[in-house]
Design a protein around this ligand. Structure first.
Ligand SMILES: [Zn+2]
Length: 314
């Protein structure tokens, strides 16, 4: 690796591998490794899928949801309402789109739900295991999914949840997208975004979203807006939710339960945390635990500004 630049705003970064590098211009955190995002992510997801058979999956959903409901009521009611309203708008847009595509559909749960609701939606994923599994489970929708990142026809809406932060080359993703979206097409992204100010490297060590090596960029909204603008997208709606689960998982990291880095679910059991009493205490302490990131949903319009094309737009 020679010159390293911020993936969001192209500002030069110091060089370094296998740690987060903060951009002094937009504040985004960039992660580079010798292996590249695809193989790093595959290594994690393969290990995870290989492990689930052995992991005891007793769940603590009931405690968790009771605490989450209190957290939302006391600390995050307004934020939650705004976030939910935007998710509803996103769903309406997907259902109304002439052709929509979900890039990186993963388990396919959302894809299936939206297809059942009548969306003209296709699903793309880089993992052929995801495509095969979806076809096996939902043979009626077998023709709706394919391997890759690009549909062979113009689309009106592209939806991508929990994918963008895994990419080494968001520029490639956006170039592809700009080429397939119809005029005034829409991009919908869901991803974790840095909302805390003055983030230090020490603080990232106990933050679940600073997930090495899988999260290649934690964007700030400023950085994300600059990146999208370079490819002709303007953010027209966004809403953040400081998800309680991030606080719980951060509290677990602070308390030394490192297994949560692999489990990545605030109510699944993990090594070392057997006692329900300890777990309940963690849930309460999580109310007051810092999180550096929020879950963010954004709608970005392509070609929304009608400025004249200049030499910079090439
Ligand atoms: Zn930057």
């Amino acid at each position: 690796m020679t010159d390293q630049h911020c993936r969001a705003c192209r500002h030069p970064l110091e060089t370094g591998l296998d740690r987060y590098l903060f951009c002094s211009n937009c504040g985004s955190a960039n992660y580079f490794s010798a292996a590249g995002a695809e193989s790093d992510n595959c290594a994690y997801f393969n290990a995870l899928h290989g492990d689930t058979g052995r992991r005891p999956l007793f769940q603590r959903q009931q405690f968790y949801h009771a605490c989450e409901a209190r957290y939302v009521r006391w600390f995050a009611a307004g934020e939650r309402e705004g976030f939910t309203a935007l998710l509803e708008e996103i769903e309406k847009r997907i259902l109304a789109a002439g052709i929509a595509v979900e890039v990186g559909f993963g388990s396919g749960a959302e894809l299936k739900r939206l297809l059942d609701a009548g969306a003209n939606l296709y699903g793309l994923d880089l993992a052929d295991t995801a495509v095969d599994a979806f076809r096996r489970r939902h043979p009626d929708y077998a023709g709706r999914v394919a391997c890759g990142t690009r549909l062979d026809r113009p689309v009106d809406l592209v939806y991508s949840n929990a994918l963008f932060e895994h990419l080494d080359r968001p520029d490639h993703f956006l170039t592809n997208l700009a080429a397939t979206l119809s005029p005034n097409g829409v991009l919908v992204l869901r991803l974790p975004v840095i909302t805390a100010r003055n983030v230090t490297l020490d603080a990232t060590a106990v933050d679940i979203n600073f997930w090495r090596p899988c999260h290649r960029v934690l964007y700030t909204m400023r950085g994300l807006a600059q990146l999208l603008e370079r490819y002709g997208f303007r953010i027209i709606r966004h809403a953040a939710f400081h998800y309680y689960g991030y606080r719980v998982m951060n509290r677990m990291l602070q308390a030394g339960y490192d297994d949560i880095r692999q489990v990545r679910n605030p109510y699944h059991s993990m090594r070392g945390l057997q006692s329900d009493k300890t777990y309940r205490l963690l849930l309460l302490k999580a109310f007051f635990t810092r999180t550096l990131c929020a879950e963010m949903a954004i709608i970005a319009q392509h070609g929304a500004d009608d400025r004249e094309r200049g030499p910079d737009d090439a």
